[in-house]
Design a protein around this ligand. Structure first.
Ligand code: DAH
Length: 339
């Protein structure tokens, strides 16, 4: 019996020594020391032995049990250490490796010109106003003296959401919203997106940007409009910029005008840039129509004002010599990263 035990011990120790993984260790433990294990089976037989022999064999069996248990523990610890080392190696981070450069974004040309424009007008005491892009027919047209079915609406191919809700076709409704909730003196610009049902080409897009301006106070005259807009043009395009005002018609201003600047390329001679005109159209404006003031609860006998509106995309295109409007909306990095 003793021999059987010692050879069991030898076998167990050599199997433990070569156990490849934790699962093997566990099955060896069950196989020898578990309830139905080999060593346990021997211990169970002790009862049938002579007391003398039982004592001796029992002591040996217990000692072997302890040896095997310790060998199992040691082998498990060794395997766990190996596993940890392998994992640490596999997950190693080289903190000295050079970093991957993170490409930095830049401001879109539209945003850049808008920032510049804001700077110019904020410097003249204007503040920034804002209005919704989904607008009611009332604010987009009606309150601006453009009644339903009036031919002046024809120039603004409008997206109708329902009979009385539109995507704003101009930033002018912000004039109305501002005058409704603010008393004069008013001095605001309102930049934003506007929408018109235009076919996309090099100079048209169904969504583009405008900047609206509005000044209302006592004794505001056409010369305030001219002075303000002329100053604006010189700040934006340079001190030697020459402007002119041409009569025009808008429903919500009376009188109305358009402002041109002398072509910076040919200085009035006429060239490809200005299509032979010598002048380039910059914006529309005029004195706020008394009807519009009244609609907003501002007494036209006490107050007067001027308003203007301009296309931001065209200003950006001229400034950066971009010859196709679509480039501004395509988000091609080869284009955008030039700014
Ligand atoms: N809303 C006009 C347009 O989109 C531009 C405009 C002209 C705005 C005259 C004004 C203005 O405020 O006074 O064509």
């Amino acid at each position: 019996m003793k021999e059987k035990l010692t050879s069991m011990e030898q076998a167990a120790l050599s199997q433990i020594a070569s156990a490849p993984d934790l699962a093997a260790i566990e099955s060896l433990r069950v196989g020898y020391l578990g309830k139905k294990g080999q060593l346990t089976a021997v211990l169970k037989q002790l009862g049938g032995l002579e007391p003398e022999v039982r004592k001796e064999v029992g002591a040996l069996a217990n000692q072997i049990r302890q040896t095997i248990a310790e060998a199992l523990d040691r082998r498990r610890e060794a395997l766990e250490a190996e596993l940890l080392t392998a994992r640490l190696l596999a997950e190693r981070v080289d903190v000295s490796a050079p970093g991957r450069p993170m490409p930095l974004g830049g401001k879109h040309p539209i945003t850049r010109v808008l920032d510049e424009l804001k700077e110019i007008f904020l410097g003249m005491g204007f503040s920034i106003a804002d209005g919704p892009e989904v607008e009611s027919d009332y604010y987009n047209f009606e309150a601006l003296n453009m009644p339903k079915n009036h031919p002046s609406r024809d120039t603004q191919d409008t997206f109708y959401i329902s009979e009385n809700v539109v995507l704003r076709s101009q930033t002018s409704p912000v004039q109305i919203r501002t005058m409704e909730k603010q008393r004069p003196p008013i001095r605001i610009i309102a930049p934003g997106k506007v929408y018109r049902s235009d076919e996309v080409d090099a100079t048209h897009s169904p969504v583009f940007h405008q900047v609206e301006g509005l000044v209302v106070d006592r004794n505001i005259t056409m010369s305030d409009l001219k002075g303000t807009l002329d100053t604006f043009a010189r700040r934006l395009y340079g001190e030697d910029t020459v402007t002119r005002f041409r009569p025009h018609h808008f429903q919500f201003t009376e009188p109305s005008a358009e402002m041109d600047m002398m072509c910076f390329n040919c200085h009035g001679e006429g060239c490809r840039m200005c299509k032979g005109e010598g002048w380039i159209e910059l914006l529309g404006g005029g004195m706020v129509h008394p009807k519009v003031l009244s609609i907003c609860g501002i007494d036209p006998n006490e107050y007067s004002g001027f308003a203007f509106g301009m296309g931001l995309d065209r200003i950006a295109m001229r400034k950066y010599q971009i010859d196709d409007l679509r480039l501004l909306f395509e988000n091609d990095l080869r284009f955008l990263s030039q700014f």
